[in-house]
Ligand binder design. Structure first.
Ligand SMILES: Nc1ncnc2c1ncn2[C@@H]1O[C@H](COP(=O)(O)OP(=O)(O)OP(=O)(O)O)[C@@H](O)[C@H]1O
Length: 278
């Protein structure tokens, strides 16, 4: 196995509060990894440390740059734009597309920024074949070709989330961090999103890491699950190992020793009625 991202004793305090508590993880290139934990467990802070939006109190982050078989490089004190250009991309839970532009225009901007050509006026011209081809390829991959001319303000919630993933992938990252990709989706949209992430994981060299509250999604999609509680990494393993861990059952799932995790009634009903409910 080869790791694409590693943290060593990564720590972040806000005053006396330890939001991320000396966390050691190694994200493997060929696995979909989910990060779970109760509210306030430190998931967002952890992501912010990885992307450079927050400086750690101590510890380090190492990343394998895109297009590279080389060793991981230390990105601990690098600014967010540099980490992003090295190959770590993040899709935001809060919509981060330009609403007044079309899907195609948004993808074009993402490709231009990947190429470091924001000051190249040729990059905005329609005649730039490479750029147009790059946009078409990403659109085909993420299945947003039929909405390329749609203004983002007019997209459904599900399509907007797809466009965010397309934008994250447009920079050819080695790793993409997704924040609750199924948040606010009904059962049908959720199933489609899970399928999409699994397919992209198969068809690209990009490694996917997600945070997610929906345990059905987590168990369905993950090769590996990391569990944070009060900033501490309390479990790290395959879904069945993590589900069997007594600390996880108590801290996060609220299950007794022998209790099984079952599908929520709302989800079952939504599937039976064709996913009408949100
Ligand atoms: N900028 C900040 N200043 C002070 N405390 C903060 C700050 N950001 C986060 N915290 C605290 O750090 C802890 C971890 O918060 P974080 O948002 O990382 O958790 P989370 O797992 O993402 O929660 P949720 O699932 O609710 O989004 C919480 O106690 C939170 O109040």
């Amino acid at each position: 196995m080869s790791s694409v991202l590693e943290t060593e004793e990564l720590r972040r305090q806000f005053g006396r509060l330890v939001a991320v508590d000396d966390v050691n993880v190694s994200i493997e290139a060929d696995e979909i990894t989910s990060i779970i934990g109760p509210n306030g467990a430190g998931k967002t802070t952890f992501y912010n440390l990885l992307t450079g939006r927050l400086e750690p109190t101590s510890g380090s982050v190492r990343l394998r740059p895109r297009d590279s078989e080389a060793d991981l490089i230390d990105v601990t004190d690098k600014p967010p734009h540099e980490i992003a250009s090295l190959g770590l991309s993040r899709g935001f839970q809060i919509n981060n597309v330009f609403d007044g532009l079309t899907v195609g225009e948004n993808l074009r901007i993402a490709r231009i920024s990947r190429d470091g050509r924001t000051l190249d006026f040729r990059a905005v011209a329609d005649t730039d074949d490479d750029l147009a081809e790059g946009v078409r390829d990403i659109a085909d991959l993420v299945d947003v070709t039929d909405i390329l001319d749609t203004e983002c303000a007019n997209l459904s919630h599900g399509d907007k989330r797809k466009v965010e993933i397309a934008l994250a992938l447009a920079t050819d990252p080695s790793i993409v961090l997704l924040d609750e990709p199924t948040a606010g989706m009904n059962a049908t949209e959720t199933a489609r999103m899970v399928e999409l992430v699994e397919r992209l994981d198969d068809e690209t060299d990009t490694t996917f890491v997600i945070t997610e509250h929906d345990m059905e999604v987590v168990l369905g999609i993950s090769d590996r699950i990391l569990v944070l509680d009060n900033g501490e990494l309390i479990a790290d393993g395959a879904p069945d190992e993590v589900l069997a861990d007594s600390r996880v059952r108590e801290a996060y799932l609220g299950l007794d020793e022998d209790e099984e995790l079952e599908a929520s009634p709302e989800r079952g009903e939504a599937e039976e009625t064709g996913g009408e409910s949100a």
